[in-house]
Design a protein around this ligand. Structure first.
Ligand code: 4AD
Ligand code: MG
Length: 431
């Protein structure tokens, strides 16, 4: 019976079939050891010349790194082995044996080399653990919304209106229509959908032609956005801290072994629960100035400033009420001070930067038109978006969570490029 390695402990004493690849192997005249992987784990296969036929033993000795193979044998409990079991082989059937050395075979390949071989690098244990954590994060996100009465609404990738800012758009030639853009955000479409369905979310790729080559930026990254009709700023903050706490808890419960394998300091993640601390933008600027940062009220924060703010807390921190001019056109002004908007950035602990951008949205028609003009955006391409303010407009709020930044934080990755299977960065779209 075909069994996956992670389930072997349920088959002690039984005969099983494994299908996978050689991770490492060594042999002498009488015995061969094959460390075999199948995507779910690694197990040692013992092939003894005295207990298999000649053909099988010859086959076992021919295998090299990343040969594909099928093994049939008995599961034995072995306390010293990782996973507590090993396989005593009866049959070893090579599927394909490489004719050259596997390119990823040293501990010290350069990052450029590894990125060039990303399609093979994915087979390493570290990448296997990271991709499992990514999978858990994506599952947690959907589960959270479905448990909280949200409807998933998939937003388009080709968009006619600028969703966020004009600075970093990918332009595409779209038949007779002319110029359209790859989505920077699905927010505008979720705003339409929340007026139809109340609570909505999306989860998908977004694109930004950002010339920044930092450990926090990708050109193509996944975003999870939520939008809720009748939600105001305060409701929005609560939703965000509940979501982020849920994701961390879910990963701790369902992918803990992968965090441990990466040596993640789990005690830091165990502290993540609501409520999260909050400071206003203005307070943050004062704090940074006191620490000697060269920053003025009105400037946006860069990575270093975010890290400094995060250092003061052991949970993610909300920075709220940014200056209107530092943020996007759609944000609702604070009724107590129209120079700032009802928004927040959620900054992750340990220097992982902004993981959420959020705000209450302008629901007044005239104010929205005024803002579109103030930001030099073409009002005519927002006709449908303005309609939402003409037909039963209500206060509403939402946010976007950067999926790879969240994964990088939870998994403790130094660079965001490992948080996505095939990263698109400033200098790389291959493979
Ligand atoms: O703060 P941003 O730009 O917000 C929006 O796009 C809103 N329209 C979302 C909304 O309210 N529905 O982006 C949201 C998050 C950021 O906080 C960050 O985590 C992530 O997306 N992000 C990036 N992640 C990786 N690489 C990049 N280049 C990113 N740009 C933003
Ligand atoms: Mg932002």
């Amino acid at each position: 019976m075909w069994v996956y390695i992670k389930n072997l402990k349920d088959y002690i004493g039984k005969e099983v079939e494994l299908r996978g690849w050689v991770w490492r192997s060594r042999s002498s005249g009488k015995i061969a050891f094959i460390n075999m992987r199948d995507g779910t784990g690694i197990v040692q296969v013992v092939v003894e010349a005295s207990s298999v036929d000649e053909e099988t033993f010859k086959n076992a000795r021919k295998l090299r790194m990343e040969s594909s193979l099928i093994v049939r044998g008995t599961v034995k409990s072995e306390e010293r082995a990782p996973g507590g079991v090993e396989i005593h082989a009866k049959e070893v059937i090579p599927v394909q044996i490489p004719t050259e050395d596997f390119p990823i075979n040293k501990p010290d390949h350069s990052i450029d080399y590894l990125m060039e071989h990303r399609h093979l690098w994915l087979r390493s244990r570290r990448q296997m653990h990271i991709l499992n954590i990514r999978d858990a994060v994506l599952r947690a996100i959907r589960k959270f919304y479905w448990e909280n009465d949200f409807v998933q609404v998939d937003t388009p990738i080709f968009t006619g209106a600028i969703g966020e800012s004009a600075g970093n758009l990918f332009e595409i030639d779209y038949f007779d229509y002319g110029k359209v853009y790859l989505a920077q955000t699905g927010q505008l479409y979720l705003e339409a959908a929340c007026m139809a369905l109340g609570r909505v979310f999306n989860l998908g790729p977004t694109f930004r032609a950002e010339k920044s080559k930092t450990r926090r930026h990708l050109i193509e990254f996944w975003m999870n956005e939520a939008e809720v009709a009748y939600f105001e700023h305060e409701d929005n903050l609560k939703l965000q801290e509940n979501l982020v706490s849920y994701i961390v808890k879910y990963v701790l419960e369902n992918a803990r072994e992968h965090l441990e394998a990466l040596n993640r300091d789990i005690s830091k993640l165990e502290k993540i629960e609501p409520p999260f601390p909050r400071i206003t933008y203005t307070e943050a600027v004062k704090m940074l100035q006191k620490k000697g940062y060269d920053i003025e009220w009105g400037d946006d924060f860069g990575g270093d400033e975010e890290t400094e703010i995060a250092k003061q807390f052991d949970k993610p921190v909300f920075v709220t009420h940014y200056p209107r001019k530092a943020k996007a056109f759609y944000m609702q002004p604070d009724p107590d001070n129209p120079d700032v908007v009802l928004c927040d950035d959620l900054i992750a602990p340990e220097g992982y930067g902004e993981i959420i951008g959020a705000s209450q949205r302008i629901h007044d028609y005239d104010l929205l038109v005024e803002r579109l003009k103030e930001f030099n955006l073409p009002v005519e391409s927002y006709d449908w978006y303005l309609d939402l303010r003409k037909f039963g407009s209500v206060p509403h709020s939402g946010f976007g969570l950067g999926v790879e930044r969240t994964i990088a934080w939870i998994a403790g990755l130094e660079h965001i490029r490992e948080a996505i299977p095939f990263p698109r960065t400033l200098y790389r779209v291959h493979p």
